[in-house]
Write a protein that binds this ligand. Structure first.
Ligand SMILES: O=C(O)CCC(=O)C(=O)O
Length: 301
């Protein structure tokens, strides 16, 4: 796997963002997007705790192998203030909160951090918060709706690894699902040889940084410190991704859930087999293509 850093940009106009990143679907870290907002000045963990402390929230436990999906039942329900205490304690924790719709519970927060103008659109009212303790991993996945995302970090630092959706098969994507079989921290090239050919992009988000994650990009996140961020979304640019987002949410995901219930492990193994076969097919095509290029080089010009 070859890794390159995600480009970092300091100040950018909406037009430049559109031209250089949104249209070409190129990830970028934007510095200072929150500078002119009230959130940039006053949001930290204590402030959010002060505003939302008594709200009951859904908490997911990474230690539960069936957890970590917005479509599973939460592992715990607790007051937000109690969850924050687990974050601030100097002990490892596997608890995370994701897709927390803070604006639904505290609409005044929206005024502090409205949807950034660079990705304003019909999804601009949907802002979600993500929280995690130091060491928490968010397993590699694509967002099911295939939308563009701006993920803004407010507290703590996190490492994000991105992979283009062009490499979904070589990443051993599970069919009917937006997860992959591979572990990027411990790549097993014997088991998953396709992974050698997958280029990754990497960045570390600090408070005040916003990461643009284009439609369908795979993301794998490690909380280097306890922290939180907010995401805003914009509908996918192409009809293909819009359709895929619709199918994933409305057809594939419910179908996958039903088959999991009906067949359990048999369904999981069927999907794993299919993921491996698809990756092998792509690997075979790549090797054939390379052989053709080598042969062409051998022939007299
Ligand atoms: O930062 C996180 O905890 C997860 C973010 C994420 O997966 C997303 O925005 O889709």
């Amino acid at each position: 796997m070859k890794t390159i850093p995600v480009e970092v940009v300091k100040k950018i106009s909406d037009r430049e963002f559109d031209q250089f990143y949104l249209k070409p679907q190129k990830p970028v870290v934007l510095k200072g997007l929150t500078d002119e907002t009230s959130a940039g000045k006053k949001w930290n963990i204590d402030y959010i705790n002060h505003v939302c402390g008594d709200v009951m929230v859904d908490v997911y436990d990474n230690a539960n192998p069936n957890s970590a999906s917005a479509f599973t039942t939460p592992d715990l329900k607790m007051k937000f203030g109690d969850y924050v205490n687990t974050l601030l304690r100097d002990e490892p924790s596997t608890l995370r909160m994701f897709l927390f719709n803070m604006f639904a519970v505290r609409p005044a927060l929206r005024k502090d951090f409205p949807c950034p103008s660079i990705i304003k659109g019909i999804m601009g009212r949907a802002g979600f918060m993500f929280f995690g303790a130091k060491g928490v991993n968010v397993r590699i996945h694509q967002d099911m709706d295939m939308s563009n995302v701006i993920l803004t970090q407010f507290y703590g630092r996190k490492k994000v690894v991105l992979v283009s959706p062009n490499y979904s098969r070589l990443l051993y994507k599970l069919p009917y699902n937006t997860h992959s079989l591979v572990d990027l921290d411990h790549p097993d090239y014997e088991k998953y040889p396709g992974l050698r050919h997958v280029p990754t992009m990497e960045c570390i988000l600090e408070p005040g940084d916003s990461l643009f994650i284009p439609s369908g990009y795979w993301h794998y996140i490690t909380y280097l410190e306890s922290g939180f961020s907010v995401s805003y979304r914009k509908i996918a640019q192409t009809l293909d991704f819009q359709l895929l987002g619709f199918l994933s949410l409305c057809i594939y995901m419910p179908f996958d859930k039903m088959m999991n219930k009906l067949l359990g492990k048999i369904w999981l193994h069927t999907k794993e087999d299919l993921a491996v076969r698809r990756a092998n097919r792509d690997l075979h095509k790549m090797r054939q293509h390379r052989r053709q290029l080598d042969l062409r080089d051998l022939l007299p010009h």
